[in-house]
Design a protein around this ligand. Structure first.
Ligand SMILES: NC(=O)c1ccc[n+]([C@@H]2O[C@H](COP(=O)([O-])OP(=O)(O)OC[C@H]3O[C@@H](n4cnc5c(N)ncnc54)[C@H](OP(=O)(O)O)[C@@H]3O)[C@@H](O)[C@H]2O)c1
Length: 282
């Protein structure tokens, strides 16, 4: 099988490429080789490479940057994926497209299932939802995978850099009034390999398992695991105190019902995933 990856230099794309390359031919594309905002290039590269499967790991992922630059957000996260799906349809390839928990507004008391109605709060969430719809319209066989709080080695976000933050003297202000289940990259990479091999279609939620936590509780669990190495002071804050441009859902816990129905094993508990991450990051 030949697989073409977009966003192959990103957090998820780089580790997915490395995992897939052990078993199959992978064409890693970066923004320079396949820019999602360049319709001709998208069409040309997909046609030229003629893969059986395309995995779209590319996106404009800065939630606050999207809020400040809505036009660019929609170009990257909505129009681009639609073009990619169209190019896939033309050559008979399937598309695995990565989306987000931020398509939900957080007002539900329980975890969100794939059947729940999305109602994004932020430009990022709205652009990603529009991307899901564009992909589904162009290519009904596509597989859409929503992840949440994605972290791993090489990432630049809070969870990815937690070990460095906790072991550096200073204060860490972590949001304590949100709730979610995070997604450790090596675990979602395994699930994406399952979905590619099984040629699945439709909408999937993929996160680690366990009891949902806030970012503060997540960091607290990290501090317990790092023990005497911790130098920072962890301070709980309300999301509103951070005055960030983009609103965030207070509950964005995803229920991975579809995987369960298909008999795919739940991903490991998030505490266990975090322990693996901190160990590999030291
Ligand atoms: N990180 C999270 O917490 C999180 C949570 C939920 C869902 N997700 C979703 O998970 C997916 C992967 O996220 P990630 O954290 O791996 O993102 P990432 O590390 O930011 O990687 C995204 C990649 O996309 C590339 N890219 C940006 N614009 C592009 C364009 N116009 N054409 C082609 N490539 C472009 C970037 O290249 P440059 O480096 O050149 O910009 C980068 O390599 C995304 O769909 C994201 O929305 C992420």
């Amino acid at each position: 099988m030949k697989i073409l990856l977009t966003g192959a230099a990103g957090l998820l794309g780089s580790q997915l490429a490395a995992a897939l390359e052990t078993e199959t031919q992978v064409i890693r594309t970066t923004r320079q080789m396949l820019d999602l905002t360049n319709p001709d290039q998208v069409q040309q590269v997909v046609q030229q490479e003629a893969p059986q499967v395309v995995v779209n790991c590319a996106a404009m992922t800065g939630v606050d940057a999207c809020e400040l630059h809505p036009q660019a957000a929609f170009q990257h996260n909505a129009t681009g994926p639609g073009l990619l799906a169209q190019a896939c349809r033309k050559i008979g390839a399937n598309l695995i497209h990565i989306s987000t928990d931020y398509v939900f507004d957080g007002s539900k008391a329980d975890a969100y299932t794939p059947e729940d109605h999305p109602s994004p709060l932020s430009v990022y969430g709205k652009s990603k939802l529009a991307g899901e719809q564009a992909v589904q319209n162009e290519l009904p066989t596509a597989c859409i995978v929503r992840v949440a709080g994605l972290y791993g080695i090489g990432g630049r976000n809070f969870a990815s850099t937690l070990a460095t933050l906790l072991t550096t003297p200073g204060t860490i202000r972590a949001v304590a009034d949100n709730r979610m289940l995070t997604t450790y990259v090596p675990d979602v990479v395994n699930r994406l390999c399952d979905l590619i091999k099984g040629q699945y279609s439709g909408l999937f939620h993929v996160t680690n398992d366990g009891i949902p936590s806030s970012w503060y509780e997540f960091a607290q669990a990290g501090a317990i695991l790092l023990g005497t190495q911790v130098r920072a002071q962890l301070v709980p804050v309300h999301e509103a105190e951070l005055h960030r441009p983009a609103p965030r859902p207070m509950n964005s816990t995803l229920h991975c019902t579809r995987s369960e129905q298909l008999g795919l094993r739940p991903l490991p508990d998030w505490h266990e995933a975090l322990a693996r991450h901190l160990k590999s990051d030291r």
